[in-house]
Design a protein. Structure first.
Length: 351
């Protein structure tokens, strides 16, 4: 199950009953559940109704989520992040990121110009990633996934477009890698200190950015090598289309999955998500080099996607969704509002 925000936590940041029902229904047959993202610091909230994990008071709430996500027997990973330049202005007093470079307006957050973080704030957020990992261990999760994709803080630091710092946290690729790598080191330190069982550390990445001076594959691959050397359990690429995406400027060559999985070789497993809707597509993605396929919208629309796939009932897998489906498949009303209101995202049927 791909990491998916539900917009539906309680107003105090605890996981709601609706979210629990949503996860329970989808967790029954999948091989691994990755939760929607949760902020490690109170100034890094990316979505309304995003459940919180930045304080020990949220451990009981996280325990409920871990139990629901694991209720089908699969392990569960908590996705943790700081929203950086994409932090929502209505949810925090001030937006901070790597540099004061204006973000891009998206469907879920306006374009904002953040304040560049100072050294003490950077160290504080690194520690916060560690603290949230400790809470994930205590809550019963089987790992954490660092959300280094989609233009949030970890990516802001890596990006030549969003990171124009002159200090040790910016400049060359070496400088731009320093923050995400320091987070990986801190999370590993916490796992070493607190986990009494195998505990995974995944890293989700957007391999390229669309800006002319944005991140490109050659730097991402160097970063991936550094992640592997530093110690991650798996790499998770977030792609628009896992079977088709190719590097920017190359419409005909090898796909990103082929290139990156080939580059990783047997070092660590690779997961990717992106438009995998049918069992056939999932099989093609595995054949193309993935170790695991993450299914997002497919599972939102079909909580029993895996069961339908296993029992050769692909013709019953829905590729679209209507308001009349929502309560049957336990979609929280706030998630449905986002799905319905975001044009060009899901295939929404009239009835
Ligand atoms: C409702 C919804 C919420 C999402 N929230 C997150 C999130 O919290 N973290 C994340 O890394 N990706 C998030 N994504 C992206 C998915 O994990 C996935 O990469 C994307 O939907 C493409 O896969 P798909 O075509 O199978 O849906 C979200 C996607 C959807 C549909």
């Amino acid at each position: 199950m791909a990491p998916m925000t539900t917009w539906a936590s309680n107003t105090d940041g605890t996981v709601s009953d609706e979210e629990i029902a949503y996860y329970r229904l989808r967790a029954q047959d999948v091989g691994l559940v990755i939760t929607g993202c949760t902020h490690v610091h109170e100034n890094g909230v990316g979505f309304t109704g995003e459940f919180a994990a930045h304080d020990d008071s949220f451990i009981p709430s996280l325990k409920n989520l871990a139990a629901a996500a694991k209720s089908g027997g699969a392990p569960a990973i908590l996705q943790i992040f700081h929203a950086g330049v994409k932090t929502r202005p209505d949810l925090v007093p001030e937006i901070v990121a790597a540099s004061a470079v204006t973000g891009d307006a998206g469907p879920f957050a306006p374009a904002m110009t953040p304040r560049a973080m100072d050294e003490a704030e950077i160290l504080d957020v690194i520690r916060s990633f560690g603290e949230t990992t400790r809470r994930a261990i205590e809550a019963g999760f089987d790992g954490v996934e660092l959300h280094g994709a989609h233009g949030f803080l970890l990516q802001n630091f890596l990006s030549p477009h969003f990171n124009i710092r002159q200090d040790r946290w910016g400049g060359s690729l070496e400088g731009r890698m320093r923050f995400p790598i320091a987070v990986v080191q801190e999370v590993n330190r916490v796992i070493e200190e607190h986990a009494d069982r195998p505990f995974a550390l995944g890293y989700r990445i957007s391999l390229e950015e669309s800006h002319e001076d944005g991140l490109r594959l050659n730097e991402s691959m160097q970063f991936v090598d550094r992640l592997v050397e530093t110690g991650i359990t798996y790499l998770h690429a977030s792609l628009g289309n896992a079977l088709e995406d190719r590097p920017i400027g190359d419409d005909e060559g090898r796909t990103l999955v082929d290139i990156v999985s080939g580059h990783l070789g047997a070092r660590i497993p690779m997961i990717a998500a992106g438009q995998i809707r049918t069992p056939k597509e999932a099989e093609s993605a595995i054949a193309a080099g993935l170790s695991l396929v993450a299914v997002g919208q497919g599972l939102v629309m079909n909580p029993d996607w895996l069961l339908l796939a296993r029992t050769q009932q692909e013709k019953h897998i829905s590729l679209d969704i209507a308001a009349s489906d929502v309560s049957r498949i336990a979609i929280p009303p706030k998630l449905w509002k986002e799905i319905e209101g975001t044009v060009g995202w899901f295939n929404v049927r009239a009835s």
